[in-house]
Design a protein around this ligand. Structure first.
Ligand SMILES: C[S@@+](CC[C@H](N)C(=O)[O-])C[C@H]1O[C@@H](n2cnc3c(N)ncnc32)[C@H](O)[C@@H]1O
Length: 263
């Protein structure tokens, strides 16, 4: 954003606002005054999933509480309806992040490309082949025809310059700038740190589950020991009663023998 100092940035597909608020943060950090527009039905699609009004409410909450001083606005409508509100050659940065099929990405690009300003940039989200999205095939089809580069890590971001490259971006495009490499390494590091935090939380959860299962096993073993002791006591009582019965039977036998002998 700093290199481009955009007067107008438009995002097609804003959902929770991950990329929109990253751009808002960049505008805030560098005290940029350009206009930032988020366009979405805020209903979802086949890839993002369909969702309720709570998503837009939390988006608006974040926008007003954290980025109240940024010149931003939302348009809750379809991309092809919103396009009429923008003049040709007016958009400095266009971020295409709607439905990720080949056809939808192509349609969004073709519908909006005339809106791009001289030296403007089109960003295509999710162009990494590993995503398996049609966005990736479309990006591979168009990337060679004009100046472009991509960030291959994570889900991949394609950066297209179909109307020329401003001097400030020239070294980014020809690869001589270390900024691209730094940005990729920094993002990989951030992702790795997040993974470490996630995995540490998983290990803590697993340890807690093991502790709770161990406590259950200990309780069960104690119950088995107490039942075994009760069974032993009962067996001893049965043996003692049996001995008493045997004793009584033997006395009865002797008495009967004596009675029979005397009669
Ligand atoms: C991948 S998500 C956007 C993610 C977002 N850029 C972020 O960083 O969090 C795609 C969004 O595009 C919206 N969308 C898809 N096709 C659309 C269309 N033709 N018009 C308006 N919104 C659309 C969906 O509602 C969904 O919220």
């Amino acid at each position: 954003m700093l290199n481009l100092e955009p007067s107008l940035t438009v995002e097609l597909g804003s959902h929770f606002g991950v990329s929109f608020f990253a751009m808002s943060q960049a505008m805030k950090d560098h005290a940029l005054s350009g206009r930032l527009v988020a366009i979405d039905t805020w209903e979802g699609d086949e890839h993002a999933g369909f969702y309720g009004n709570d998503v837009l409410l939390s988006f608006e909450d974040l926008r007003s509480s954290l980025f109240g001083n940024i010149n931003s606005e939302i348009m809750r409508m379809r991309f092809d309806e919103a396009v009429e509100s923008f003049e040709d050659g007016s958009v400095d940065v266009l971020h295409i992040d709607g439905l990720h099929t080949y056809e939808a990405t192509k349609e969004d690009h073709e519908t909006w490309q005339s809106k791009l300003k001289e030296n403007g940039v089109i960003l295509f989200h999710d162009v990494a082949e590993a995503t398996g999205y049609g966005t990736s095939s479309y990006w591979n089809e168009i990337r060679e025809a004009v100046p472009s580069f991509s960030f291959p890590h994570s889900f991949g971001l394609g950066v297209l310059f179909p109307k020329g490259v401003s001097p400030k971006c020239a070294d980014l495009v020809d690869g001589s700038s270390l900024l691209r490499e730094w940005y990729e390494l920094r993002s990989r590091l951030d992702l790795a740190e997040l993974q470490v935090v996630d995995e540490a939380a998983m290990i803590d959860d697993r340890d807690a589950a093991i502790r709770s299962m161990t406590a259950m096993i200990d309780d069960r073993d104690a119950a088995i020991r107490s039942m075994t002791a009760m069974i032993d006591d009962r067996d001893a009582a049965i043996r003692s009663m049996k001995a008493m019965i045997d004793d009584r039977d033997s006395r009865d036998g002797r008495i009967e023998a004596l009675v029979n002998r005397d009669s």
